[in-house]
Design a protein around this ligand. Sequence first.
Ligand code: NOJ
Length: 548
Amino acid sequence: MEQSQRGAAADASFSNSEHSERPEHSEQVEPWWRGAVGYEVYVRSFADSDGDGVGDLLGIAGKLDYLEWLGVDVVWITPFYPSPGHDHGYDVSDYCGVSPRHGTLADFDTMVAEAHDRGLRVMVDIVPNHTSIEHPWFVSARCDPSGPDRDRYIWADPAPGGGLPNNWLSHFGGPAWTLDEASGQYWCHLFLPEQPDLNWRNPAVRDDFDSILRWWMERGVDGFRFDVAHGMVKDEQLRDNPQIAPLKDDMHPFEAFAAFEHRHDLDQLSNTEIFERWKRVCGPDQVLLLGEANAPWPDGMARYVAPGALDQAFFLRTAIMGWSPELLVQMVRSMHDAAPEGVSWVLSNHDRPRPVTRFGGGEAGLRRSLAMSVLLMALGGTPFIYQGEELGLPDGVLRGGSHDPVEIRDGCRTPMPWGSGACNGFSAGTPWIDSEPRPDEQTVAGQRRDPDAPLHRYRSLLAARKQHPDMWRAPLRWLDSADPQVIALRRGGVAVVANLSPAGTVFQLDSGGWQIVYQSRDACSIIPAGDGDVLSIPAETAAVLKTL
Ligand code: NOJ
């Protein structure tokens, strides 16, 4: 399609003449996601095209040139479906529609077509663990306990002596059960009471989700991100979870949740049957099936991406942990070794403080975050960047009250800062979340003018990955490191060294002839030696090297 025919909102400053160089879908000889880099768009806060203060699909369409310029390959869009919004879209009341807040189905089609014109793929977020309390299935299930929809959800009688059916907790605080006074039964919800959990043992639920996937595939989507993919099937007998730590009154809901081993509410083996089914529905190698599969340990994660199950799963530990270099090194190594191709590596998403903030804030946070990004870009699977990560943003500063049921997710959800002005070019109206405007040096426009800005560092990192495909394609071999805070790997003609320690170091390579093709800070150097070059690398820095 010609530039002039694209959506009205297209941002001309990022137009890129290289569209035709991307392969057509039909030319693919391996799944399109091999080597791809993803970008998560949190739709509410990305770009608002109509001035109502909420991001929308045409807003995304208007920023596709930017995403293409940045060098990402696939865009994951968080839920934009009709929803009462108790959990900002993760409480869906119609899986096949578009919320008027975010646009129309026609806008969706436009956005997908414009993405495909640029060779960008589109993934949508499917929320299969729970619906909204306003979904017609739940409305019917609740008002007619003997009707056919009742069994679409998980209902339980009170315990024999009265009270809650078991000790399961909601991630968002309090018990995972709410009493339906009319029927005297409780409904299960691993999140808010307004997010009742579906009963995945019911064939009708399975059939309906097959149809939902087909519906979006017919509209051209290239992949699905499955919310809470580890939570769908629950223990048939609804047994208590073992408690592993004492509960305290002042605990955050996430801490209280972690005081239990989730033996019976999460991570049930029969989730895999659902993934196998979805794989059959979606066909091999065309549509990426990517789960939010928050299994606690790497070997548990590996089950989700075993042959026949999901194609990939997000490994969330690196998006949750604070700055703990030795632990990060161990975690990355063990997760990679357990599932070399199956992990979608992430440093951030819309659920946790941004890495710059988590890793200590300021220059240090930025330096650490970029060094980690370099490492994750060399690990196989599909790495995803969360909107604003490429700008090295710290968490936004809220001015109003929290919008988040668990009060820790506002800072990473403030508007994407495109330029100057009251709400940094995100919206011509009043943004749904009130936050301090970002300074010019944290905006896309400001950083584009500064060649040393994080935006250019990230863009060059993605370019290096494309230019040196060994970085993700060649078999990975860990290189020995005497320092547990230094991690190094070799893939074909590429080596990646990440020095996460607080001191500069030298790293002995096992051959000569290396040159630096990317560094997170311009302070690395190679001391050549025929039989083994030495890389001098400062603290909290990562470098990509290639053999001459
Ligand atoms: C994970 C999503 O990323 C989060 O935002 C949501 O609140 C929960 N799942 C529940 O759907």
